[in-house]
Ligand binder design. Sequence first.
Ligand SMILES: NC(=O)c1ccc[n+]([C@@H]2O[C@H](COP(=O)([O-])OP(=O)(O)OC[C@H]3O[C@@H](n4cnc5c(N)ncnc54)[C@H](O)[C@@H]3O)[C@@H](O)[C@H]2O)c1
Ligand SMILES: [Zn+2]
Length: 364
Amino acid sequence: MAQVWVRFGDHRDYPIVVKPGALKTVGHLARRRTPARVACLVSHPRIHRLYGRTVERSLRGAGFAVHILLVPEGETTKSMAWAERLIGRMIALRVDRSAVVVALGGGVVGDLAGFVAATYMRGLDFIQVPTTLLAQVDSSVGGKVAVNHARGKNLIGAFLQPRLVIADPEVLKTLAPRQLRSGLAELIKAAIIRDARFFSQLEREVDRLARLDMRALTQSIARACAIKGQVVEKDETEQNLRAILNYGHTFGHALETYHRFGTYLHGAAVALGMAVAARLAESLHVCSTQTADRQIAVLKKAGLPVRGKGENIRDILNVMKTDKKVLEGENKYILTPKIGSARIVKKIPSFSVHRVLKAVLGDT
Ligand SMILES: NC(=O)c1ccc[n+]([C@@H]2O[C@H](COP(=O)([O-])OP(=O)(O)OC[C@H]3O[C@@H](n4cnc5c(N)ncnc54)[C@H](O)[C@@H]3O)[C@@H](O)[C@H]2O)c1
Ligand SMILES: [Zn+2]
C-alpha cells in the first residue's frame, strides 16, 4: 500500500490511497474524511456491476446511506444536460448539503460527478474512486472538474479538491489494453517533467506495468500522484507551473481534434505529442538527442505511438491556433531541457514547429 498527501496547508489537504483491494475499504476510509451520512455514488452501469456493489457494501457498512446514480459511458456524458439530470435526481432524493458525492469510474465520471459536487447547493464533499489508469494517475488528482460545451472540451468547470482519492490497481485487470496504455502515457509524462529516477525506473520496467504487476503499479501510480500533487500544491489554478502537466498536450490536443477524437485515445495522442515536443526541443538545442531518444524509446516500449499517420501539417497547425490554452494568439510549448525537468517556452518560430511536425507525423 502507498499513501500520498496533497497539502495546501489548510482544510483542503487530502490523502491518495493506492492499494490493491482498496475498494473494500472505501467506506472505512471515507468515514474518516467526511461527516456525511448520505453518499451519492456516481458510476456507469457496467462499472457498477463490476465494482459498484463492493463500494456500496463498504459504504453502507461504514454507516452511509447510499444512492446509486448511473450515467452512460462516453465523453458525451460529460455535459450540462447530464449534470442537470444528476442534480434533478439528487433534488428528488432530497439530498442536502451534508452529503458526499463518490465518483466510481474513469475521468468522465470523475469530471462530471466532481462538477455536480462543486455546484449542487454550492458544494458537497467529493471522493474520487478512479478505475482507469488515466484517472488513477492524473484526472482524479488536482481538483479540476468540468463538463464539455458543444464548442469545446472542459469549457464549463470548477476547482474542487476531493476529500480523498482511493486508487485500487486490481480494477485495472478489466480495463481494455488500449485504455491502460493511454494511462501509461500520462504516467510517463509525470516522470519526464519531474523525476529522472522514476523515469529510469520506467525505462527498466514499463512492461511490468503493462503486464499488470500489482507491486509495480501500486508504486508507480503513487509516484505519479505525488508528482501531480506537488505541482498542484504550488500552483492550484494554473497561473504558471501547473502548465508543465500539459507536456505533449498542445500537439496531443491538436491530433485528437484533427482526428475528431476517433483515432487516438487521449493518452496515445499525448504520447505522440510528447514525441513531437521531444524532437522540437532537440532541434532547438534545448535538449540533447539522447534526452529526446530516451523519451521516445520508453513511449514505444509502452506500446504508444511515436510516429504519425501522415497527418496534414497545415491542418494540425490551424487546429493549434484555436486551442483554448493558446495565450493571446501565441502558443506556449512545454519543453524538457533534460529528463526530470520541464519549462514553458514561448515564441518558437513556426517554421521550426512545422519542420518537426513534418518529420514526426510524416505528412504525405
Ligand atoms: N480533471 C482532470 O484533471 C483531467 C485530467 C485528464 C483527463 N481528464 C478527463 O478524463 C476523461 C478521460 O478519462 P478516461 O480516460 O478515464 O476515460 P473514461 O472515463 O471514458 O473511461 C474509459 C472507458 O473505460 C471504462 N472503464 C473505466 N474503468 C474501467 C475498468 N476498471 N474496467 C473496465 N472498463 C473500465 C469506462 O466505462 C469507459 O468506457 C476526459 O473527459 C478528460 O477530459 C480530466
Ligand atoms: Zn492529459
